[in-house]
Design a binder for this molecule. Structure first.
Ligand code: GLA
Length: 385
């Protein structure tokens, strides 16, 4: 759907023209997984697909939410903007309204809102962050609240915590708010200092492989990983004061890791400390054009997420392992939260067709699932259209 189609759908839904159209992208993470809520580094990029939001002020005491992707229509009175709905897609944008209220913003009238997104749902490409960030960006513009992009990301993250009940880190919302065309974001998730690193790769494409696995990273498994890392931090604090696992070098971790008596927490911590190092190394490698090294680090990241963090599962493993066998694949790993969703691979141009054909067929033979492949276009962060 293009913007004109969306405007027509808006007029059909609400009987009036939309006043403004906004967009925020999904993201793919190149390396640095499950490091964000541990104060570590991530290296995501915004995608060219994402979520569109059309709106107008409605002069009424209600905010109306409709989506072309979802059947439920929600009408929320202005005095109920901080109340989570029992079960509705609208919790994502509503959770953002709640954050504006919590920051002291008084809504004197409602909005008529229409959403449409083209990020594949449940693929681990941050369709929910795109929805949160597009809402935050739109409200910021409409209400002239002048929050900066980092604050809009934090608003989205809080909405996710309080209305989707996932204790996520900041990566997805930050990438959606701050992305830049043909760049990845090297982000320190503790300080939110970041650097945009060009990802214009000569003769190489970023290929996303969707497992279409039914196993999604549910909030339970995700929040459990967050809790296990917290336990590791608590136990390490007996020998070394720290706030986040990412504060430890691998060498220091090896010296003190026996303080983690819980064997599961130990493995989780080992992944995080190693992944932070891999992320820093990978960015260095990319900057000097050493794609081979970058690819090796991607592969090592997958292995660590499989063996120590245990968030891959048979489908993501099959997809990555089949990719590793193809000549011209520089590196391949799961991306995002895990369990189902997508892998991300760096693939030489001449190997793309073979990849899609061979990995596709072997993956399907192993899992019985039909995969889907997208060549990533790295796009800009949230914007008004
Ligand atoms: C999900 C979360 C992010 C991050 C990743 C794993 O996408 O929303 O905050 O933790 O998982 O790296």
């Amino acid at each position: 759907m293009n913007t004109e189609d969306l405007k027509k759908s808006y007029a059909a839904a609400y009987g009036q023209a939309a006043e403004a159209v906004y967009f925020a992208p999904g993201r793919v993470n190149l390396i640095g997984e499950h490091t964000d809520y541990n104060g570590g580094y991530v290296f995501p990029c915004a995608l060219s697909f994402g979520t569109y939001l059309l709106l107008r002020k409605n002069g009424k005491p209600t905010v109306n939410f409709r989506s072309l992707n979802q059947p439920e229509i929600e009408s929320i009175p202005l005095d109920k903007l901080t109340e989570r709905l029992e079960k509705s897609w609208a919790n994502y944008p509503l959770g953002v309204f709640a954050q504006f209220v919590k920051r002291g913003i008084v809504f004197t009238e409602g909005f008529d809102i229409l959403i449409w997104g083209n990020v594949p749902n449940g693929a681990g490409l941050s369709s929910s962050a795109a929805l949160e960030v597009v809402t935050a960006y739109a409200l910021n513009d409409q209400l002239k609240t002048e929050f900066d992009r980092a604050e809009l990301a934090k608003i989205g993250q809080k909405a996710e915590h309080e209305f989707a009940l996932v204790n996520c880190g900041i990566m997805d919302q930050f990438a959606s708010a701050n992305g830049k065309k043909d760049h990845a974001i090297f982000l320190n998730c503790d300080t939110l200092a970041f650097e945009l690193v060009p990802v214009k790769l000569d003769g190489v494409k970023v290929l996303i492989s969707n497992t279409h696995s039914p196993h999604k990273l549910d909030s339970g498994a995700y929040n459990q990983r967050v809790a296990e890392c917290k336990l590791a931090v608590e136990q390490l604090n007996n020998v070394h004061p720290l706030k986040y696992l990412a504060e430890l070098t691998e060498a220091r971790f090896n010296e003190i890791s026996s303080a983690i008596t819980d064997p599961v927490a130990f493995k989780r911590a080992r992944h995080v400390v190693g992944e932070v190092q891999r992320t820093t190394d990978a960015v260095e490698a990319l900057k000097v054009g050493n794609l081979t090294k970058f690819g090796q680090l991607m592969n090592a990241s997958h292995v660590s997420l499989r063996d120590d963090y245990e968030v891959t599962g048979p489908e993501l493993d099959a997809m990555a392992e089949e990719a590793w066998k193809i000549e011209g694949v520089i590196g391949s790993r799961m991306t995002g939260g895990g369990f189902g969703g997508c892998t991300v691979s760096l693939v030489k141009d001449e190997a793309i067709d073979t990849f899609i054909e061979k990995v596709g067929a072997r993956y399907e033979a192993k899992t019985g699932l039909k995969p889907e492949f997208y060549i990533a276009e790295i796009g800009d962060g949230a914007k008004k259209m």
